[in-house]
Design a protein around this ligand. Structure first.
Ligand SMILES: *Cc1c(COP(=O)(O)O)cnc(C)c1O
Length: 392
């Protein structure tokens, strides 16, 4: 298929086997651990599920590379398998990495707890202040790592400056693109070396598997593949099949989620019972100008605080909602809502949360694909109940 096709078309056709297997319109699940020896002369080319090369893997690799406009891709058992394996393929004893200070909790824990045990050093940077990065670079710095939209305040780093900084210092640029998804941002097009995903979220989109991906420069993806072959965090063919199925509707889902989240964020921002709303699509957001310049959409994730600044009232509010399910994770077809202080950021002390701007009353919302007006009506009735209680 020509690479000039649009992303909606690539999601359906890119990477698909030709000829189709027995004419099957959908790629079947290849439930075979091993395959007949075909004269391979490299261990990594032997066909075996752990070596990430069954048709369920290779079709996904080609499709993911195509939709991000990158050279190569690799799927892994989870987002954390992709992230940890990628970092271990780039860094060894005595190396140093720069990372944005507000990271996904699992990544933060891996970096601060597991890398030091391997004598790998790290420093955190303020990703929105490129002038401050120079002083943090060391002789042994090998990479710089950011997230497209940082959880839970939905901040957008100076993305173009990250690519420029990495190029000028000859280091590898990495980005966790989970929150944006390739529909809204394609890191390779900006010049990022590698992009990482929790496929558990938007890429699969149905909250029924865990999976991960590493997408980018072919030489780097090859090294990550070899490391993954050794560490063993391969994606099971059943999960690969579900990811493949989920991916086909990615554009439809994300475009609806973009539109819906913007309408909900605008509704909440105007509501008298709501304090502040964090969403890159709102003009009030510090990352709005960058997001508007670089993104095709602002995503489905938003967070906000009630005027009544109280964790207990926030919990009452969550209980009054009928549609969003109170659960961690994000990016599925069903709307999910959480209080980050009790879920994603429970590992941090109250003081550390405060330092990075996460109050105990902050609520985070992952927009599903329900009718936007039903979600707004649900928020409206719950806010009315909470406001009525505050008055009495
Ligand atoms: C969920 C998530 C991860 C980890 O992915 P898993 O599939 O749960 O291992 C990494 N980064 C971000 C931004 C995430 O939201």
């Amino acid at each position: 298929m020509s690479s000039s096709k649009r992303v909606e078309t690539k999601l359906i056709h890119a990477g698909e086997l030709r000829p189709r297997v027995h004419g099957a319109v959908t790629l079947p699940i290849f439930q075979s651990a091993t395959y007949e020896y075909g004269g391979e002369d490299d261990y990594h080319d032997i066909r075996y599920i752990r070596l990430n090369n069954t048709p369920n893997h290779t079709v996904l690799h080609a499709k993911l590379a195509a939709i991000e406009g990158a050279e190569a891709a690799l799927v892994a058992a989870s987002g954390m398998a992709a992230i940890s394996t990628t970092l271990l393929s780039l860094l060894s004893r005595g190396d140093h990495i720069l990372l944005q200070d507000c990271l996904y909790g699992g990544t933060h824990d891996f970096v601060t707890k597991d890398l030091p045990a391997l004598a790998i050093e790290y420093d955190f940077i303020d990703a929105s202040d490129p002038a401050s990065w120079e002083s943090k670079i060391c002789k042994n710095t090998k990479a710089i790592y950011v997230e497209t939209i940082a959880n839970p305040l939905m901040r957008v780093p100076e993305l173009a400056a990250v690519v420029e900084f990495a190029r000028s210092h000859g280091i590898v640029s990495l980005i966790d693109n989970t929150f944006a998804s390739p529909i809204n941002f394609r890191p390779a097009e900006m010049g990022f070396d590698l992009s990482l995903h929790s496929c558990t979220k938007y890429l699969n989109g149905h909250s029924d598997i865990v999976g991960g991906a590493c997408i980018g420069k072919a030489v780097l993806v090859k090294n990550v593949t070899r490391k993954l072959n050794h560490l063993g965090g391969t994606l099971d063919p059943h999960a690969a099949f579900l990811l493949h199925r989920g991916l086909k509707t990615l554009a439809l889902r994300v475009k609806h989620q973009n539109e819906s989240a913007l309408k909900i964020a605008t509704f909440l921002e105007k509501h008298p019972a709501v304090g502040g709303v964090n969403y890159p699509g709102l003009k009030s957001n510090p990352g709005h100008a960058s997001a508007a310049k670089w993104f095709d959409g602002f995503g489905g994730m938003l967070s906000f605080e009630l005027k009544e600044h109280d964790a207990e009232i926030a919990d009452q509010f969550l209980k009054e909602l009928h549609l969003p399910i109170c659960a961690p994770s994000l990016g599925g077809v069903e709307s999910l809502i959480t209080r980050p202080a009790t879920t994603s950021h429970l590992g941090l002390s109250k003081e550390d949360r405060k330092k990075i701007g996460i109050s105990d009353a902050l609520v985070r919302f992952s927009t599903g694909i329900e009718a936007t007006d039903d979600l707004i009506e649900d928020f409206d009735q719950a806010l009315k109940k909470i406001s009525a209680r505050a008055v009495h």
